[in-house]
Design a protein around this ligand. Structure first.
Ligand SMILES: [Zn+2]
Length: 80
């Protein structure tokens, strides 16, 4: 008995992120003067919807239900 499983390539890599409506805006929690970029909901794009150009980091709406911290926010900088 042959039971080949052929994966559907269109189904393979793209996580099912909830995509914000175009026109939504968010600011970096570490630096409110930085506006996050909302990426296009494009089948060829496998990343998350939000991009922080300052922290070089992606976020999904799911991430935003938790405490968001841009990873390179510089708040850990110590005075000499
Ligand atoms: Zn940021």
């Amino acid at each position: 008995m042959n039971d080949f499983h052929i994966p559907d390539p269109s189904f393979k890599f793209r996580p099912d992120y909830k995509w914000p409506e175009p026109g939504n805006e968010r600011n970096c929690p570490a630096d409110p003067t930085v506006t996050w970029q909302l990426n296009e909901d494009n089948p060829a794009y496998f990343g998350k919807p939000w991009w922080c150009p300052k922290c070089q980091f992606q976020f999904s709406e799911e991430d935003l239900t938790q405490d968001v911290n841009c990873p390179n926010n510089g708040t850990a900088r110590k005075a000499p």
